[in-house]
Design a protein around this ligand. Structure first.
Ligand SMILES: [Zn+2]
Ligand SMILES: [Zn+2]
Length: 173
């Protein structure tokens, strides 16, 4: 059985910007997601990047809490940005949010949660427990087929309740 979603911990305000402000690239020194593509739960780290924080964001950030889910669609190194099909920016990188000399985790379709519950932080891409996965599905704003990464068989998915190909769950090569 595949996992319905994974989780990563990101410092505020960057986590907030991924979910709320159109940030579409997470910059990392290493490819922490490997070959995984699909839904990722965004957890805001307890520690805040105060240098990056704006005055307006100070009121909005939720350190230590689960913020939402994004769809990870691609990972590449900054040196190969030019090979992607995305629109170029003035920097020549794939996004205004992308930084040089690192890996770009390309994210789309942010979804917020109806409640931002506390969660323990961690390193890298992690699995979530079935209980947490079920909680996330029940608290998603605007659920969509891609939000479940399980291989759907002929029976209804025990996590998201979707059935096979009929509902067009995306598969990642
Ligand atoms: Zn890039
Ligand atoms: Zn499912």
């Amino acid at each position: 059985m595949t996992t319905p979603l994974r989780i990563i911990t990101i410092r505020e305000p960057w986590a907030h910007r991924l979910i709320h402000d159109g940030k579409d690239v997470e910059n990392r020194a290493r490819n922490i997601v490997g070959a995984y593509r699909g839904p990722i739960l965004i957890h805001a780290a307890g520690r805040v990047d105060h240098d990056a924080l704006t005055g307006a964001e100070r009121q909005k950030i939720r350190p230590g809490r689960l913020l939402g889910v994004v769809e990870l669609i691609d990972v590449h190194h900054a040196s190969t940005c030019a090979d992607t099909t995305n629109d170029r920016t003035s920097t020549g990188l794939c996004s205004e949010w992308a930084e040089d000399d690192c890996f770009h985790l390309v994210m789309r379709n942010p979804r917020t949660l109806t409640e931002q519950i506390p969660h323990a932080g961690g390193l890298g891409l992690r699995h979530v427990t079935p209980d947490l996965a079920a909680w996330v599905w029940d608290h998603l704003n605007d659920p969509a087929p891609w939000l479940c990464a399980q291989d759907h068989g002929p029976t209804r998915c025990s996590w998201c309740g979707q059935t096979t190909a009929a509902e067009g769950v995306r598969r990642y090569a």
